[in-house]
Design a protein. Structure first.
Length: 273
């Protein structure tokens, strides 16, 4: 039986590998561009309430907190929460935060009301039942609010194995390799995520490929490029097909309608009557 991954044993290494690398810099840059668009859509006279679900050390939510918004950050790992508290305190943002030791599937018990924005980044691929967790979090979004989801892309995982010649591994269904402790449990199929959002009545506003080519570059190749050029090219291609759908991760954001699906249906029936 697959269980949700708890990073108590690897918190320091996980945080360093995710945020202290070129991969992490590309991820932060392209997703932050989307978050700026989201914040513009949610513009309000009052501070927004953001839920960083499975937020790790909260790198991106801290950038939102710096703008004066309030953040509830939850994580299954108590060790990751300790790292988050240290990093948030170092940046002088503790007053903007509420840290909760909780799985994402139970965070509603710790919220007084629905939130304006949910960040659900690089969590689903570590869960036994990603669909159930996502659907639970969609319920925590207020009408008119937005959810920001980043997930480990099945298509990117398949493509990486194809170009590495791992055809036997593909034929076996690409089972999780336990020796790679920081490799997610499984890839998530983009079309499934999009359908989960749409079936819940959410309107998809944007999609971005995260690392559309960087991870496929041959590390032994001597090419004519700098990291700055790679980053600029990632920013240029990340919202264009076919590159978007080949990203190692995909970021998608969607808005809950002001009237839920049932409300819209009832209104339509009333108008037709």
């Amino acid at each position: 039986m697959i269980e949700d991954r708890n990073f108590d044993d690897l918190a320091q290494k996980f945080a360093k590998n995710i945020y202290g690398t070129g991969k992490g810099q590309i991820r932060q840059t392209v997703v932050w561009e989307d978050l700026e668009q989201i914040l513009a859509l949610l513009k309000s006279d009052k501070p927004l309430h953001l839920l960083d679900a499975g937020g790790g050390v909260g790198q991106l939510s801290q950038k939102v907190a710096e703008l004066g918004h309030h953040v509830t950050l939850c994580d299954l790992s108590s060790e990751m929460l300790k790292l988050a508290e240290q990093d948030i305190a170092k940046n002088g943002l503790l007053e903007q935060y509420r840290l909760v030791h909780s799985p994402v599937q139970a965070i509603g018990e710790h919220l007084d009301s629905q939130v304006d924005l949910v960040l659900f980044h690089a969590v689903m691929e570590w869960l036994a039942d990603p669909q159930a967790a996502l659907e639970y979090l969609l319920e925590q979004v207020r009408p008119g609010g937005i959810i920001s989801i980043m997930f480990y892309n099945y298509n990117g995982l398949l493509f990486k194995n194809l170009i590495c010649g791992n055809l036997t591994h593909i034929e076996e269904g690409m089972p999780h390799r336990k020796r790679f402790k920081l490799q997610p449990l499984h890839g998530i199929k983009p079309d499934e995520v999009y359908s989960w959002l749409e079936n819940a009545g959410f309107n998809i506003l944007g999609k971005t490929g995260v690392r559309t080519f960087h991870d496929y570059m041959q590390t032994t190749m001597v090419g004519d490029y700098s990291f700055e050029q790679v980053l600029a090219m990632e920013q240029k291609l990340c919202r264009q097909e076919p590159y978007l759908s080949l990203g190692r991760y995909i970021h998608v954001y969607a808005q809950k309608p002001l009237a839920g699906p049932e409300t819209l249906k009832n209104k339509s029936n009333k108008d037709n009557g």
